[in-house]
Ligand binder design. Structure first.
Ligand code: FE
Length: 339
């Protein structure tokens, strides 16, 4: 159909105006702004689902967590951001320390998110669980030889251990949790043992570390399970196996991706609704499954790929410890020569 006649042009103009009308009428309450350190591919599907369900549009900005916190600080009371999403309790804790979040009173969130996976000060809430555990080369080691993070410091693993760099917050959080559990002196002994056992310089990321284990450069390493999931989806033939650490002793080190309301957001009630929705059963799989993480809400089952790794006992320590002891952990790793 052509639109040459004046009547048709008028009709077309009306049709365009009708399409534009809802957007022109949209109030701030129909639109939320999210700053996210989780990449677009991980957040877009769930935001689309939220818009479909509620009509609330979500605009988002993705960047590194440090840059987003700096931006919130610089924008201060002028920010348009309502919610901050980031990975790792260490980062969430930092955001709270920097004063860019505000506490939320929510019975819904307190029910959906286990107490050890949210800020006791209520400024942030975990939304997915990331487990950092042991992985081994199944041709070089047996599951029965593995036991704990602490055991990786023992002489039997000399020249057989691979680790990611201590610069990554995941390892800073892991060591912070070891400090919380054992005290600084014992944690340092453990980290020194790891350094003595290294088969190679620490790797830039978990994937390269896992590839080194699979290639036989080392027998065992520590990584987040979703990196394992991604790698095995691409190369299922790799002789790489998962081992749930510390099952008789403290539990697997877990961390979270999570979110908090911005201190100066103009629509805290709307932002709280979004946060509560993200913790609800219908959104939990959207949040966790896209990155092969575990839902934080105990009422929700993980993705089948994740479920196939088996269940495990997680550390009951509050992940806030990862933030509280982060600086201590960084100094400890430096002293211990963990680069
Ligand atoms: Fe990661």
């Amino acid at each position: 159909m052509s639109l040459r006649s004046p009547a048709r042009r008028t009709l077309a103009a009306l049709a365009i105006a009708a399409c534009l009308l809802p957007a022109a009428q949209a109030t701030a309450a129909d639109r939320l702004v999210v700053y996210s350190a989780r990449i677009e591919a991980l957040i877009k599907p769930m935001f689309e689902a939220y818009t479909k369900e509620t009509g609330v549009e979500i605009q988002y900005v993705t960047d590194k967590e440090g840059a987003l916190v700096e931006r919130l600080k610089a924008e201060g009371a002028n920010t348009t951001a309502d919610l901050l999403i980031t990975t790792d309790a260490g980062n969430l804790w930092q955001a709270a320390q920097e004063g860019v979040l505000r506490p939320v009173e929510s019975a819904v969130l307190e029910k959906a998110v286990p107490a050890n996976l949210r800020d006791p000060g209520k400024q942030w809430f975990g939304l997915s669980i990331r487990a950092r555990t042991l992985f081994f080369n199944s041709k070089m080691a047996k599951a029965g030889e593995l036991s704990t993070y602490e055991d990786l410091a023992a002489p039997k693993w000399r020249g057989k251990l691979c680790l990611r760099s201590s610069k990554k917050v995941y390892n800073q959080s892991l060591v912070a949790m070891l400090i919380s559990e054992h005290g600084e002196a014992k944690a340092e002994q453990i980290v020194r043992g790891w350094v003595a056992n290294l088969a190679a310089e620490p790797f830039a990321d978990d994937t390269r570390m896992l590839e080194a284990v699979a290639a036989g450069q080392c027998a065992v390493g520590i990584a987040n399970t979703y990196y394992y999931g991604r790698l095995m989806e691409k190369k299922p033939e790799l002789p790489l196996a998962i081992f749930w650490a510390n099952q008789n002793d403290g539990g697997v080190h877990v961390n979270v991706s999570g979110a908090g309301l911005t201190k100066h957001g103009k629509q805290p009630a709307q932002a709280q609704k979004l946060l509560e929705w993200l913790a609800s059963p219908k959104a939990q799989n959207l949040f966790a499954d896209v990155n092969l993480e575990f839902p934080v809400n105990p009422a929700v089952a993980p993705d089948p790929v994740v479920k196939a790794w088996g269940s495990f006992k997680a550390s009951p320590l509050n992940v806030v410890e990862a933030g509280r002891l982060q600086a201590t952990a960084v100094r400890l790793m430096d002293r211990a020569g963990y680069r």
